[in-house]
Design a protein around this ligand. Sequence first.
Ligand code: HEC
Ligand code: HEC
Length: 351
Amino acid sequence: MKESFDTFTKLISHISVLIMAVVTIVILIFGSIIFIYQGGKLPEFQVDINPPSELETIFPLISEDGIWLPPDWALVNLEPNSELIIYGKELISNTSEYLGPNGKVGQISNGMNCQNCHINSGTMPLGNNYSAVFATYPKVRARSGQIEDIPKRINDCFERSLNGQPLSQSSREMIAIVAYMEWLGKDVPKGETPKGAGLFELQYLDRAANPLAGKRVYENQCKSCHGEEGQGVLRVDGYGYTYPPLWGENSYNDGAGLYRLSRFAGYVKANMPLGSTYQNPILTDEQAWDVAAYVNSMQRPQKDISMDWPDISKKPFDHPFGPYVDGFLENQHKFGPFRPIKEANTSIALK
Ligand code: HEC
Ligand code: HEC
């Protein structure tokens, strides 16, 4: 009896080994078929809302070779006007403390700091830095149709980006900001725009930028700092913002540079979400264009810009207000696709 029971358990254990072997082989065969069927790629578990397009810019956005670096701040004391330069830098970094709604010196701007858009006091490659300012101004600017010197250009940002009033050209504050910019650009040859100056120029999409897709980007990657309503987060001391506003009454107005889609997209591609740099951008090109379309579709202060672009043929392709010399509508100038506009304007210029 015991013997036959032993034979029975042995049989059972043999059968279960056999079943397990068969199951393993079946799983292996099916697994390989699925694997090969998917082109040899492992299945993706992460769902990417905006998958990278073929247009994707390769990292880093520009090579380090010959990139502009600011002069050594530790040597600023050697300058005869060092006090002014130091005050100028302070005004760029903490504009609101001096010139914001509760400003110690004047109340002429909206609470943002210049540095919010000109990263690291205007010294960051592709962070809208001031490297080219001293070397390239005064110059004729098509927006005003006038020769602009550095103070005039600074006041453009006060009146538009900081939705405020111009700073008196003879004020100590204006003289200090100019001194700081001159010092930053002191090693740049006259007339030259150094590598890494200004903002990144993104490739155009083949479609219009999509505010709805941009809303998803905003919610996933921006809202945690800039807020549900784009209102930002005020600093506890009331001077400026920990996270500056992106729309609403305290943001830049519709005459500002960032209100042009290519400026906004270029700025965020290299600098946002916080921690992105030209070496390690985080957003794909599509995400950058789409979030620009979303943010610039929201309410913001309006500026009377009827005197801008006296020669309308000089309007940039993404200036969002007509009239234009080409036949494209305002909406396409605002959101794209931009390539047809560029091509049409090139052929006009060639005629
Ligand atoms: C909301 C964003 C924003 C803020 C805040 C801001 N700027 Fe700007 N600024 C821009 C943009 C965008 C440009 C144009 C960049 C371009 O077209 O490449 C610009 C350009 C400039 C330029 C010309 C740079 C060049 O090389 O031609 C100067 C000078 C300047 N800003 C000074 C200031 C000063 C001073 C402040 C503070 C009072 C300030 N900006 C605040 C967005 C901003
Ligand atoms: C971790 C917090 C954080 C996240 C996330 C973030 N930002 Fe910012 N953002 C900042 C800070 C801080 C500044 C100001 C930088 C400075 O002063 O040095 C800023 C500045 C800006 C500015 C220029 C100033 C202004 O208010 O107009 C824009 C535009 C901007 N961010 C857009 C975005 C977008 C779009 C995203 C999402 C793709 C994003 N940011 C995600 C923290 C953040």
